[in-house]
Design a protein around this ligand. Structure first.
Ligand SMILES: Cc1cc2nc3c(=O)[nH]c(=O)nc-3n(C[C@H](O)[C@H](O)[C@H](O)COP(=O)(O)O)c2cc1C
Length: 209
C-alpha cells in the first residue's frame, strides 16, 4: 500500500509541509509506504485550455510538457491513497495546487473523453478512480477558510472518482498557523492531520490487501 502526500504550498518547509508529513508519518505507522511531494520550487504551468487533451488523436496527452506536473501525475497514478494539503489562500487552495487540479483533467481523458463512452460513467478512463483521498488545510486565521479549502480539495477528488475520507473530527485536517513552522505549536491541528493519514491508510488497506 502506497500513500502519497502532496503539499500545495509555494513556501518550502512551511506549515503545510509539516502537516502533510505528519499525516504520512501516521500512515506509515499503519504499514503504508509513503512518498512526499512539495510543490514549492517546482515548475508548474496552469492549464491554458488549448483542448489538445480532448482530441481523439492525443487522448489525454497534455500539450504542456516542459514542467514538473507530468512526473507528479506518474507518482499519483502509482499511489493507493493521496493526501493533499494546502495553505488557505483567500479562502481557497494555492494557485500551484489549482493548476495541478486543472491539468489533472488528462487523468480523466486517458482513454478518450467520458462523453465518447456513453453508458460507462466513471469508466476506466479515470486513472485516479478508487484511490483513497484525504485533505488538510492550514490558515493564519482561526476560521480563515480551512473548511472551504478542504472542501475544494475533496471536490476535486470526487471529480476524479476517488473515494474521500475525513477524520475523527470532521472533513479533514484543519490547522491554524501563520509564520513558518507555527503548525508545530497547533497540537489539535497536528492531531487532525495525523487522523487524516490514519483514515487514508485504513481505508486504502481494506481495498488493497
Ligand atoms: C496570498 C496569501 C493569502 C492568504 N489567505 C489566507 C486566508 O484567506 N485565510 C487564512 O486563514 N490565511 C491566509 N493566509 C495565511 C496562510 O494560509 C498561512 O500563513 C499558512 O500557514 C501558510 O502555510 P505554509 O507555511 O505551508 O505556506 C494567506 C497567505 C498568503 C501568502
Amino acid at each position: 500500500m502506497k500513500i502519497l502526500g502532496i503539499s500545495g504550498s509555494p513556501r518550502a518547509k512551511g506549515n503545510t509541509d509539516i502537516l502533510v508529513q505528519e499525516a504520512l508519518k501516521a500512515a506509515s505507522e499503519m504499514g503504508a509506504k509513503t512518498e512526499f511531494i512539495a510543490l514549492s520550487g517546482k515548475k508548474i504551468k496552469p492549464c491554458n485550455g488549448c483542448g489538445t487533451c480532448r482530441t481523439e488523436s492525443s487522448k489525454g496527452i497534455c500539450a504542456i510538457k516542459d514542467d514538473d506536473l507530468p512526473r507528479i501525475y506518474e507518482v499519483m497514478k502509482e499511489a493507493d491513497g493521496i493526501i493533499v494539503g494546502s495553505p488557505v489562500y483567500f479562502l481557497s487552495v494555492t494557485a500551484q495546487l489549482k493548476a495541478l487540479f486543472d491539468r489533472s483533467i488528462i487523468l480523466r481523458y486517458a482513454k478518450g473523453m467520458p462523453v465518447d463512452r456513453p453508458g460507462i460513467p466513471g469508466g476506466p478512463e479515470f486513472l485516479l478512480k478508487n484511490k483513497i483521498g484525504g485533505a488538510i488545510a492550514v490558515g493564519g486565521g482561526r476560521d480563515g477558510g480551512q473548511l472551504f479549502t478542504i472542501n475544494s480539495i475533496l471536490q476535486w477528488m470526487l471529480l476524479q472518482n476517488m473515494i474521500v475520507v475525513g477524520n475523527n473530527y470532521g472533513m479533514g485536517g484543519s490547522a491554524k498557523a501563520g509564520t513558518k513552522g507555527d503548525a508545530l505549536n497547533d497540537e489539535i491541528g497536528l492531531t487532525m492531520a495525523q487522523h487524516v493519514g490514519l483514515r487514508v491508510a485504513e481505508v486504502a488497506g481494506k481495498f488493497r490487501k
